[in-house]
Structure formats: C-alpha cells, structure tokens
Write a protein that binds this ligand. Structure first.
Ligand code: IMP
Ligand code: MG
Length: 402
C-alpha cells in the first residue's frame, strides 16, 4: 500500500481529523508535515472528543507518530498534548529540522494583526506566521539547535527592534530541550525505512488548499504550503515516495478568518448551518459560512491532482431547507470558471448557483440515504473524481465507504 496524504480542498475545517482517524487503520505511522498548532483536528470516539493541535490525529490508534521537518513546533502545545496522552510520547519522533515557535512569535502575531487594521487576516494568533518568518530570516532556532547552545542574541535584538518584549529565552529553551530530549530524529529517513520494511505512512495536513501561502487567496492565507505537492519537500522524502492524495471536502464551505469568500451566505441560513455544523473556530469564534463552491473546488482538485475525495458533514445539510452549489462566477457581465489569483477578481465575483438536489429531512439512521447518494453522484460528475468516503456524523460508525 502506498503512502497517502489527506488534504483539505477548501479553507480548512473540512473534517480532516475524522478522515485521518478513519483511514489510518492500515498505516504504520501518521505524520504532520507542515503547519503548526494553528490546526484543530477533532476525533470523536464514543463519548470522548479529542482535539489535536500538533500531534497527528492517529495518536488515538496507537500509531507511530511523526512530526515532519516542515512543521512549526510550539513546545508548550506539545507538552500540553503529551500530558493528556502520555502514551503518545513513546510513539513520537520529531524532526530536528522543525522550526520552533517561541513565546515572542505569539506576541508578534498579535502585533502584526493590529498593524493590519481593517485588513487583519484573522490569524489564530498561535505565532505560526512569525515563526516561519523568523526561520526565513534565519534568526530562529530549529528543534536540534536547542541541544547545541543556540545563540538567541540576534533574534532577541530583532524582536526588540519591533518593540516586542525580548526578555531572555534561555529558560524557555531549557524547558523545551527537556521536553524534546529523546524525541528528535530524521523523520524523512524514518518514512523511507518504514516503506522499505513494507509499511506505509499517512500524511496529515492542517488547514486547506485555498489557505496555501503560494496558491491560496493571498494574503488571506496561512503561512505555509498546504497542498499535496508540498508533502515530499516538507517531509524530506523524494517526490516519488509521497503517494497519492485523498481530498477532503465539506458539502458546504466555511472560513475562519478574513478574505474573499464568493459563496458566503449573508442571511439567517448561515446561522442555521453554523449551529447544525458546530462551525466555531479558535476561542469559539463563529466561522463564516457559505454554499459549496465548485469553481474553487475544481481549482483545488487540479492543483493537488486529486482523483478521490472524502465528503463530510452530509447530515448538516439535512437540517437546511435548500442546497446550493456555485458552478461559475459572474464577473463584469461574463461567466467564468477560473479561480484567479487577483484579489480584486475573487473579492467581487457573483456566484452562479444551481440547486440540483436537497438533503432536507434526509434520514441517516440506516446509513447513507438516497439523497446523500445523489450528492455523491453530483460531486463525482462535477469534479471528475471518485467519492470514496461519505461522512454524516462525528463518530466512526457514521461513515459510508463507497
Ligand atoms: P494562521 O494560520 O494562524 O496564521 O491564520 C491564517 C488564516 O488561516 C486565518 O484565516 C485563519 O483563520 C486560517 N486558519 C489557520 N488555521 C486554520 C484551521 O485549522 N482551520 C481553518 N482555518 C485556519
Ligand atoms: Mg479545524
């Protein structure tokens, strides 16, 4: 069995945590490859609900857990998650090349958001952007540097210049080093070793394709690359070893932060979907809600080379009067199916909708009902993909394999 990547095809919160947990059975290891603790992947087992910010969602299945070199690692979050799941420590390997998130990065995240004023991105304030920025400036420590007496002087002066308090980071470095002691390794080499021994690795990405730093709706994006082509680079494996990607699509759209959102719903229907789908992000902040956007999805399918998808949250649509899908954008009087890089374009297009079906009142008690199958067929035709999984609830049993 080849390695497999799980990639969100919208603006994040597609339901990747459940999909990773569901498909992880045959895999020896589950790995995060980039992004940081800005993620929140939820897995529900029976009465228990776990939200992972940094640990791969395979943690509940006793899988080997890998944190790849592309990840921005916040030791404080890792410490918290390991205190809840202490058994995970023995299964965990962290790449020495990971970028570290320091307390100063978190402060800078708020400072930069403040500077943006009306154009704030609505970041999670977890310090992920500043951490990657400091890495690109070659000021910040990597995980391995904690064990080699990293000199924080240049970094401290940088943050001082930005008027972000720059007290000593030595205490933080000592604590972080103690936490990570014994966990550090070459994660890319471990993946290749697992593959050589006949095992496979599941790569888990947080956020979604439309939040990709390069290919998403910049600047309203996250600070790293979220698409499938980034897997080998971030993991430190050859591209031939990455394997295919399974795209995760929610049957409507949400956006946690600011930025263009062509299919955003502005009336009370949004509130209904938000409540039914429990669409609340960091610190219970309500997410913006919109209809399914096939123009944006086609862009994401093509960018990632997606052949198979997992469709999520069908049950939510059973509580909504209608179902709409955007099949084109209208711009200056003409229709287009181009998802452009221009913010001016994306911010002012009018969605062209069709309502090919309704899931209103659909009953999921005995599995996927005919209305759900109709939606599956519709998506397969519209996006030229195969729908492999349809999820209609938080639990593992509320999943149809197709
Ligand atoms: P950052 O990643 O915290 O810098 O936030 C940048 C943008 O990505 C904001 O619009 C966030 O709402 C969004 N974002 C970051 N992480 C997630 C996530 O896990 N789900 C959904 N949106 C996210
Ligand atoms: Mg999430």
């Amino acid at each position: 069995m080849p390695n497999l990547s799980i990639i969100g095809l919208q603006w994040g919160d597609e339901g990747k945590g459940k999909v990773v947990d569901y498909v992880s059975d045959g895999f020896q290891a589950v790995s995060r490859f980039s992004g940081g603790s800005n993620a929140a992947h939820t897995v529900v087992i029976g009465e228990e609900k776990h939200t992972f910010h940094l640990l791969p969602s395979g943690a509940l299945k006793g899988k080997e857990l890998l944190i790849g070199a592309g990840v921005a690692l916040d030791p404080a979050v890792l410490a918290e998650e390991l205190s809840v799941l202490p058994d995970a420590r023995a299964k965990l390997m962290v790449d020495g090349r990971c970028t570290l998130v320091t307390p100063l990065d978190k402060e800078l995240d708020s400072v930069v958001e403040g500077i943006r004023g009306d154009f704030a991105i609505g970041t999670t304030l977890r310090g992920i952007g500043p951490s990657y920025a400091a890495r690109a400036l070659r000021l910040s420590p990597r995980v391995i540097d904690l064990f080699e007496g990293f000199d924080f002087a240049a970094m401290a002066r940088f943050y001082e210049k930005l008027s972000v308090y720059a007290g000593s980071l030595l205490g933080w470095a000592e604590e972080s080093g103690a936490l990570l002691d014994g966990l550090v390794g070459n994660v890319g080499a471990r993946v290749m070793q697992i593959n050589e021994m006949g095992g496979s690795v599941l790569f888990e990405r947080s956020q979604g394709t439309l939040l990709d730093l390069t290919h998403g709706s910049y600047p309203y994006v996250t600070s790293s690359n979220t698409s499938a082509s980034h897997v080998p680079a971030a993991m430190g494996i050859p591209s031939s070893a990455a394997g295919p990607a399974l795209g995760v699509v929610k049957c409507y759209t949400t956006r946690g932060g600011g930025g263009p959102f062509p299919t955003e719903i502005k009336d009370s229907v949004a509130e209904g979907i938000r409540t039914a789908g429990n669409e609340f992000g960091e610190a219970a902040k309500p997410s913006r809600v919109g209809w399914l956007d096939l123009v944006a999805l086609k862009y994401a399918v093509d960018l990632n080379g997606i052949k198979e998808i997992a469709l999520s949250k069908l049950d939510v649509m059973s509580q909504v009067r209608e179902f709409k899908a955007c099949v084109a954008y209208k711009w200056q009087g003409t229709e287009t199916t181009d998802f452009q890089s221009s913010l001016g374009h994306l911010g002012s297009v009018e969605p062209v909708y069709e309502s090919p079906l309704s899931l209103r009142g659909a009953n999921f008690e005995a599995g996927l009902p005919k209305e759900g199958k109709k939606l599956v067929d519709y998506l397969e035709k519209s996006l030229n993909v195969r729908v492999r999984l349809a999820s209609y609830g938080e639990g593992r049993s509320e999943t149809a394999e197709l």
